[in-house]
Structure formats: structure tokens, C-alpha cells
Design a protein around this ligand. Sequence first.
Ligand SMILES: [Zn+2]
Length: 466
Amino acid sequence: MNVQFWGGAQEVTGSMHLLTVNGQKILLDCGLFQGKRALTYERNLNFPFDPAEIDVLVLSHAHIDHSGNIPNLVKQGFKGHIFCTPATRDLCAAMLPDSARIQEQDVGYLNKKRKGPDEPPLAPLYTEEDATNALSFFVSLPYWRSLFIADGVRLTFFDAGHILGSAIVQLDIHEDGEQKRLVFSGDLGREGMAILRNPEFITAADVVIMESTYGARVHETFEDASKKLREVIAATCRRGGKILVPSFAVGRTQELVYALHRLSDQQKIPRIPIFVDSPLAVNVTEIFRLHPDVYNAEVRQFMAMDTHRNPFGFEHLTYVRSVEASKELNFLRQPALIIAASGMAEGGRILHHLKNTIDDPSTTILFVGFQAEHTLGRRILDGEPRVRIFGEAYTVRARVESIEGYSAHADQPALRAWAGRFDPARLQHLFLVHGEPDAAATLAGLLQVDGIARVSIPERGAAYDL
Ligand SMILES: [Zn+2]
């Protein structure tokens, strides 16, 4: 077996790893890379291998940094099956066409701003039609059911507890008379999240590929996060401003909406209008309803109290679908909370809200998710005084706040605990991916202290025979 790391290697975007087993090529994830604009386009457009030569794709979960380049892979000749859980497939059916629309709109906007005929017009990476076409390659496999997906390769998904349908990938591999097990963590969730179950532990593997996003951080507790959320809302209301929350439409948005729902029920937050400004959010809520088998017991109980009770909807909450209604939010002159994608402010409707209010000191920009290097979200979070949005410079006068407590990722102690369950006598090699170099290095040091002999942080393109 050979494994080569092509994305999410010393970075937290564009997850993609290539396995070669019995002469077959198996891709783990096919995520969209997000970073500086020119590099983003170049990296996503040009695969480091021929997509037609990939036999099978195994997808850990629906987040765009894991699934978002699938339409392009198919467009460039991939013909195999794409294995994922049923909920991941349903989420991709909403998210991939949405990703295409965002790219088409952003490119359209940038092309309008072209300085003249010297600048060639940009083309979107893929269109809505490409995204819809890619869906016909998906094959759903529920958690805990095993299936041979290639010669000598048996796949089983376990619950990663990160977003709806998120999976830990286990591959049992028979090659050259030897039996080996490879486990890929995908993104690991947190214990005690509002909606999802806890991530599962696996105890036996020869090779582990594991995420390390928060390898150097300890999250605040859910109680502290809730307290801070209340404070941020109260303070912004006193200034008469808006709270803008860049968020992935899936995962944190539902966790946050559920948290706001409960705070509102308990009258712990002022009665301000709350908007989820995303054409996707309504679809995603419907998809959540279709998969009660993956909720935790608390949410099932919450919904069981009244069959019409919706954890993702309440009196002051409005889901905004149309572009016109989204634009109207700009004219709102009262305190409000607006949740909009994308999560790292690299595209989507959040950019329009930021453009309109980032220079207003009454605004609060509230981050609830990880902000990768070189993204607009990271620049704002790092306190850059001026940032560019759609090619124009704006002064940041808004307050900037961050609550990590709503993160859908395991923190350092949880990552360490997850890795610590593997039998160290069997585990030959553990690779840390999906983490910036400092986070991965900190975690690697701790895992070695914990007795895992071989821990590597592969660079992009690094290949290992195992
Ligand atoms: Zn994720």
C-alpha cells in the first residue's frame, strides 16, 4: 500500500489523500482548496494525478473543504463510485450545486469589476450542471455496514460526530498475503454537542491518518460559549448594531441556531430578529429531519415533545432564501443577528454583509469556526486594519469576536484521547493532516509522549510505502 498526501497537508483546507492498493487508486476526500485567489484557482483546477485513473472515491463528510472539488474530478474524467454515508450524499445534493452557484456568482461579480479588455474574464471552476451531474456517481453506505469497494479493500464507516453524516473511514486491506487496517479520521467532532452523537473510538489499526485542526488548543466549555454569546449579543444591541456570523451552512449553523433557540426560550437573549441568510439552510434543515437516526437522544426528545417542533426554527428566526430578501437586510436599521456562508468569509453572501457594515463601529463580526491562513476571515480575526473585499479596500471598524466553544472540531485533549485508544503495539504509523504546522507539531509531540512510536506530518505531495 502506498499513501500520498495531496491536500490538507500542513494546512486546513482541500482535504485529499491518494491510496494505491493492489494496483488500484483510491482517493480519500476531494475537497475544495481555499486560500489566496490565484493559488486557489490553480490548485483546484489542476489535479496532481489524472482523475480518469482514480478507481474509487471515499468521502468522509459533506463539508466543502472535503467534498467541494468532486464536480471538477468528475468533469475531468473520474468514472468510479463515490462512497459516503446516506446523510452525506443528501447534504452534497444541496451543497455541491450551491458551491457551484457561489462560484458562478463570485466570478460574475469579479468579471463585472474587470478593469478593461486586458484582464481576461474568469470562468467558474465548475457549474451547477457539473455539480448535479457528479451526484449520479454517489453510492451510500450507512454507518457500521461493511462493503468491498475494490479488490481486497473493505470499507466501514463509523460516526465522527462532526456534522450530519460525518464518518471515520476504516479500510481493511488485503495485499500481498497481508492483512492491514487503515483508519482515516475525517474531521472529528466533540463530545457533548447539541445535536450529534459523540465521535466513536477505534482501537485497532496499522495506519492512521488523523486531523489536527485544534492540535494546539483547548476549547472553552459549552457553558462559557453560551455566556459569551449572550454577552456579545447584549453588547451589540446596546450599540444598535448588527452581529455578522460567517458560518458554514451545515454543522455550526444548526448548532448555533439550536443554541439561540434554547437561549430565546429561556429569555436569556434580547428579542432581536435572527436571520440565516442562505438558500441552502432550509434544504439542510429538511435533510436533518430526514436523518433522525443520527441525532443524539436529547434532540430526539426535543422533537418528540411535539411532532411539529423544529430545533432549527423559532419565532424570531427567518431563513432568507432569495437574493432580493438578502439585499434588504442591508437596509435594516436595528440590531439583528445574521448568519451567512461562507465560514471563512471567502465567498457567499457574508461578503456582501461585510462590505456594507465592516466600517461601522456598531457592527460585531463574530467568528464561530476555524479560520484558515490567507482567508479573509483570518485577516479580520488577526486584526488587520484594512482588508480587501471583492477587490476593494475597506477599513475594519467593526468589533471582532470569536467563540471557539461552538466549534464542531475536537480540541487537543479530545484528539489525544481519540489517538490514545489505538493499540500502540499494532499502530505502525500515524499521520497528522488537516492542521497548520504549529498545531500538528504540538499534537505530534504529545502523541509521541503518549507512546505512539511513529508520528509524521506529511508535506503536500509526500508519499509513503506502508
Ligand atoms: Zn468538516
